[in-house]
Design a protein around this ligand. Structure first.
Ligand code: HEM
Ligand SMILES: [Cu+2]
Length: 581
């Protein structure tokens, strides 16, 4: 890769889309969005939806943290204070899991990216795709109505027997989660068929971008595991409504059976949440290190291994449920095996960065933060997968810190990295690089200040889901609360930087970062038809033909052999790519 001006006759650059081509402006009016079958528009609608869901659940999280600033509770007062607290953390968790994190990367970014990464015009089933979006909206409406009715106080896990007797809106909320399950299944189904049947000539499985491998593995779990959650919630609704005697001992049911059913889905579900993040990080690390990914096949296989092994470990959530010693040993051993394919990924990302020419762009800042935070999240999972330590740490703040390191430090940070990476492609605008990096730094420190103290709280015995606590824990909780405010500021800065770019950002070139996957071969934003003809499929991690064109401040693909026909020459309008080179 060399810098400097390139003879224009040898570059391949699609230039800029016209207004009538641009997928954002080719058809006008709200109805053109509401009834769109364009995967890109559906992706954007999901992006707006999950960001709103995150904002709501994020505000609930801040309420939790502010309340815990004082040992006897700073926010919720009076006789109903504890019940209000139960409602707030339950809705925080349930909205974050079902409405934000599960659809965040697959449905928002995946919907936009999968067809363009394949050089295809759309997903296999565009109508099913739009239907999955409206199922998400319907699920959200059920959750909002539960919130407005008598709330929800069972914890996001809906454990019986409390959830069969609680006065809160369990049936509304579980119906919402049931509907959301179908949105997730349809998304997964669409991606499996699209990746199986719509790869362009020359794109064999091992020439696919790793984001597609991760999306494929995630889709397998979405299709196989989500129906288990569906039937579990239906049985819970039946137990509440008709006392059929399956989960509630009062009706000869068994609450531990509920836990098995629930976690048989919810543990694989954590891989629906983290696998797509792995896919983003593999692409970001390679592109922003301008170096071929290390151990492509190992990373691809490890995604599938995680998806399959993830079905065998759900029992580690139930070590204190009275399970027999042999069962706990088997689940503990299997839990350790899952850490191997995850560790392979972390090792390969670091090996990719080693001797790479790293551009410390905003997406790369998030990718590096991800590796640090996810590693802490992953390693603390081993403490909880070990029977001896889990008996002490179960249901304490150590567990809360662990899954937030994986879900926030991992998935949310990767989601942000992906949004900043593909934002120029999605909206055709560059954002302020220093603003983006600033957001990444504040988020990194705010996050660690929020959740690191919680590991200490948990190891010293602070139980989760308590609205008040022993004063000895006060200074750790106060650090955590201050951290969550800082984290909130960082997230706000990220939002402002992105929205500002829509109004004031410079026009984005087709390939602002020097990526070699197909989405960088179409214009920014893409035309509604994505590609006029099937694009030339190359090696997704071969950067030898990608050159920095300093004259126009953009990356271009240089075809060493072929002369470019005059009509393929791009518009010579100057590119506006930012970032350090
Ligand atoms: C962004 C900042 C966030 C903060 C400050 C935060 C804070 C918290 C706190 C303090 C609790 C514990 C409440 C308790 O046990 O008493 C909690 C619970 C939880 N959080 Fe978060 N959280 C955040 C983001 C997320 C995200 C992105 C997810 C996505 C999966 C998530 C999922 C959960 C879940 C599932 C629970 C358990 C709720 C329950 O016990 O039923 N949180 N959160
Ligand atoms: Cu688990």
């Amino acid at each position: 890769m060399s810098a400097g001006s390139i003879p224009s006759g040898k570059v391949r650059d699609p230039g800029y889309p016209t207004k009538s081509e641009n997928y954002l402006t080719n058809s006008k009016g709200i109805l053109s969005w509401m009834f769109t079958l364009d995967h890109k528009r559906i992706g954007v609608m999901y992006l707006v939806g999950v960001v709103v869901a995150f904002a709501v659940a994020g505000l609930l999280a801040l309420l939790i943290r502010l309340h815990l600033f004082q040992p006897d509770g700073a926010i919720f007062k009076g006789s109903d204070a504890n019940n209000t607290y139960n409602q707030v953390f339950t809705l925080h968790g349930a909205i974050m899991v079902f409405l934000f994190i599960i659809p965040s990367i697959p449905a928002a970014l995946g919907n936009f990216l999968v067809p363009v990464m394949l050089g295809a015009k759309d997903v296999a089933f565009p109508r099913l795709n739009l239907c999955s979006f409206y199922l998400w909206v319907a699920g959200a409406i059920f959750f909002v109505s539960a919130l407005c009715a008598s709330g929800l106080d069972t914890g996001w896990t809906f454990y019986t027997p409390y959830s069969t007797s609680s006065n809160s809106s369990v049936i509304l909320a579980t119906s919402g989660a049931f509907i959301l399950g179908f949105s997730s299944i349809f998304t997964g189904l669409n991606f499996i068929v699209t990746i199986n049947t719509m790869r362009p000539p020359g794109m064999s499985w091992f020439r696919m971008p790793l984001f597609l491998w991760a999306t494929y593995a995630t889709s397998i779990i979405q299709v196989l595991a989500t129906p288990v959650l569906g039937i579990t919630l239906l049985l819970l609704i039946a137990e509440r409504a008709m006392h059929i005697g399956i989960f509630d001992p009062e009706f000869n049911g068994d609450p531990v059976t509920f836990q098995h059913f629930f976690w048989f889905y919810s543990h694989p579900a954590v891989y629906i949440m983290i696998l797509p993040a792995f896919g983003i990080i593999s692409d970001l690390i390679s592109v922003h290190s301008h170096k071929r990914i290390f151990g492509y096949r190992f990373i691809a296989y490890s995604s599938i291994a995680i998806a399959l092994l993830g079905f065998l470990v759900w029992g580690h959530h139930m070590f204190t449920s009275g399970m027999g010693p042999l069962t706990t040993i088997i689940f503990s051993a299997l839990t350790f095996t899952v850490s191997v394919p995850s560790a392979i990924k972390v090792f390969n990302w670091l090996a990719t960065m080693y001797k790479g020419s790293i551009s410390l762009t905003t997406p790369m800042c998030f990718a590096i933060a991800f590796i640090f935070l996810f590693t802490i999240g992953g390693l603390t999972g081993l403490h909880l997968g070990t029977l001896a330590t889990d008996l002490h740490l179960h249901d304490t703040y150590f567990v809360v810190a662990h899954f937030h390191y994986v879900m926030v430090g991992g998935t949310l940070v990767a989601f942000l990295g992906g949004v900043f990476h593909w934002w120029p492609k999605m909206f055709g605008k560059m954002y302020s690089e220093w603003g983006g990096r600033l957001a990444a730094v504040i988020i990194f420190f705010g996050f660690n200040l929020t959740f690191l103290p919680q590991f200490v709280l948990g190891s010293r015995g602070m139980p989760r889901r308590y609205a008040t606590y022993d004063p000895e824990f006060a200074y750790l909780h106060q650090m955590s609360t201050i951290g969550s405010l800082l984290l909130g500021v960082g997230l706000l800065v990220a939002l402002v930087v992105l929205i500002h770019s829509l109004f004031r950002g410079k026009r984005a070139p087709a390939n602002p970062w020097g990526g070699a996957t197909l989405e960088w071969n179409c214009t920014s934003p893409p035309p509604f038809y994505n590609f006029e003809r099937a694009p030339v499929v190359g090696d997704p991690y071969d950067f030898t033909t990608i050159e920095w064109d300093s004259e126009n401040e953009r990356y271009v693909t240089v075809d060493p052999e072929r002369e470019i026909a005059p009509e393929e020459k791009p518009e010579t309008e100057p590119a506006h790519a930012q970032g350090d080179h």
